[in-house]
Ligand binder design. Structure first.
Ligand code: ADP
Length: 477
């Protein structure tokens, strides 16, 4: 399968292509993807600019119908699209189908959001004048996404951008062009006018600067690494381009002495290792109070060792492979670093040989970590979890907040007052009580604070803030 760019309503090939390999089985070539030039990205921006005037004034019923059609088709084809996603990214088929479902539901949700009234009529202090406050489309939006949620993250940026009357240029991550192409193909048949949705495939380092700094781009929505996010923010310093960055996390999961052990272990295993730990909301910093520490870590280690690592399409698999060679190297590098730093590797951390040649890694659990260790501070983005010991509730809270990040945080406890205190004092954009830090609903706001995020939150009703601009009009009849 050859994945092409989509510009101004047409499929456009490139001279160069990249292979799209299955991380569960390197002999399986999923497809090959066009590598767009910066000039093609410029063309995409020009097409989006030209389409903006008409689309920004399009009837909301038209937008709602289109988004609903897209959402229904995604849901109807969840098994097939999930299979493609699992093949190219490596999460398990179950996880991949869940992600596809979520993408479809997001489109259906924003189909409805397009219809919801979003203005205010205010009496003026002056006679004969009405004041109208409205939310207007912003213009051309560049949407740049990472590889770990190949269809859900594009969906949660594209759907609101289109629902609120913007035109987009979408650049998916290099590793996952197949799911992006499948989504673009659905959008190409949805009834969108030419130029409203465009996609360029290829290198972020080459296309990114064009997509972010072009004067015709009004807004940039990015999810990816902290380093790239900061680079984009720096490049846009001094401009008035709107910017929304969703970057890393080092999400604490606090386990207090009165926690239900089974619930806490489940939250830790799910949060730390599912999706191969490749989630910005992964529970990679598990903080356990002394009174329950040994019981909890023993149970966590047993549960971790029971996880079956294998081919993403195998029904028996709990944890798929790491997404690519460089991420595997990074994970193994952190395992070595954790040992050097003096953390105790309770299990895992070694490369596994499975029936097919893929990037398999045994989930790694580090105990006795100190807060300042790099393994406990930096986002690893793999199946590597760290456990820190806390003296009491105050110390647990202090440790939980002792990273620069602030995306998601969790606490496991049966005490209502402890849950209330941690919910209020954990410094994160999302807080989970007795459930994993990862795994969120599609219809409510998502986002972090501090080094994790910049700009308005995404999803749910929060999405409107970034993808619309306020306008206050004074009207004398
Ligand atoms: P990851 O490690 O998740 O791939 P990156 O931040 O490198 O994180 O990538 C996230 C997205 O950002 C990808 O689509 C990538 O191509 C893109 N990207 C990489 N470099 C840049 C850049 N300089 N400007 C804009 N986007 C970029």
């Amino acid at each position: 399968m050859r994945y092409q760019n989509y510009i101004n309503g047409r499929w456009v090939d490139s001279e160069q292509h990249d292979p799209n390999r299955n991380p569960s089985d390197l002999s399986d070539l999923v497809g090959e993807a066009a590598i767009a030039t910066p000039a093609l990205a410029q063309e995409a921006i020009a097409a989006a600019s030209a389409a903006f005037g008409a689309w920004s004034e399009s009837p909301v019923q038209l937008r709602a119908d289109i988004l609903a059609r897209v959402g229904h088709e995604i849901v109807d084809r969840k098994d097939e699209l999930g299979r493609l996603l699992a093949r190219e990214e490596g999460k398990t088929l179950r996880e991949a189908i869940g992600e596809v479902m979520r993408a479809g539901q997001i489109f259906k949700y924003f189909a409805q959001e397009a219809l919801r009234p979003h203005g205010q009529l205010v009496a003026s202090v002056r006679p004969g004048i009405d004041v109208e406050v409205t939310a207007e489309p912003v213009g051309v939006v560049s949407i740049i996404t990472p590889w770990n949620f190949p269809i859900a993250i594009p969906a949660w940026k594209l759907a609101p951008a289109l629902a609120f009357g913007n035109c987009v240029v979408f650049k998916p991550a290099e590793l996952v062009p197949g799911s992006a192409w499948a989504l673009a193909e659905i959008l190409s048949r949805s009834g969108l006018p030419d130029g409203v949705f465009n996609m360029v495939l290829g290198r972020g380092t080459e296309l990114g600067p064009v997509l972010t700094t072009s004067p015709d781009v009004a807004a940039v929505s990015f999810t990816g690494s902290e380093a790239t996010g900061r680079r984009i923010a720096q490049a846009l310093g001094g401009t008035s381009t709107r910017l929304q960055l969703e970057m890393g996390g080092k999400n604490p999961l606090v386990v207090l002495g009165d926690a239900d052990i089974a619930v806490a272990v489940d939250a830790a295993v799910q949060g730390a290792f599912y999706s191969t730990g490749q989630r910005c909301t992964a529970s990679s910093r598990i903080i356990v109070t002394d009174d329950i520490h040994d019981r909890f870590t023993r149970a966590l280690r047993e549960a971790t060792q029971r996880l079956r690592v294998g081919h993403a399409l195998d029904d028996a698999t709990d944890i798929g492979p790491v997404a690519d060679a460089s991420q595997l190297d990074k994970d193994l590098g952190y395992v070595a670093l954790g040992r050097q730093e003096g953390a105790v590797l309770a299990c895992g951390g070694e490369r596994l040989r499975c029936a097919s040649d893929g990037f398999y890694l045994a989930p790694a659990l580090f105990l006795e970590c100190e807060s300042g260790m790099r393994v406990a501070q930096e986002e690893i983005f793999g199946p590597v979890a760290t456990v820190l010991r806390a003296r009491d509730h105050d110390h647990a809270l202090e440790l939980a907040n002792d990273t620069p990040f602030g995306l998601s945080a969790g606490v496991c406890t049966r005490s209502l007052s402890a849950a209330r205190r941690f919910r209020r004092q954990l410094r994160a954009g999302m807080v989970m009580v007795n459930t994993a830090t990862a795994g969120v609903d599609y219809h409510v706001p998502f986002g972090g604070i501090r080094a994790s995020s910049y700009g308005p939150h995404e999803q749910g009703w929060a999405a409107r803030e970034f993808f619309t601009a306020g306008k206050t009009s004074y009207i004398r009849a």
